[in-house]
Write a protein that binds this ligand. Sequence first.
Ligand code: SF4
Length: 89
Amino acid sequence: MQQHTDSRWRDSALCRETDPEIFYPEVGQTPHAAKRVCAACPVRAACLTEALDQRDVTFGVRGGMTPNERRELARAQDAITRCERRWAA
Ligand code: SF4
């Protein structure tokens, strides 16, 4: 993944106008409220890219994905990168 040094996208983050608690659901609560906000967020792609770049797969909903979902996506990206390197060699 490409590292993003420009974080101006954060100025347009929809979660800035939302209760941050919904992005950190307690055990037994669903992440649906946060996912609904993310689905309408204009900077979702940048947010998710940054979360994956930072390997932030531990806490909270970011880019519309839970930590488990981001972990799965990061693993898939790593597998693709390994294949690309193998084919390029
Ligand atoms: S996609 Fe990222 S920036 Fe947008 S609302 Fe969700 S957590 Fe916030």
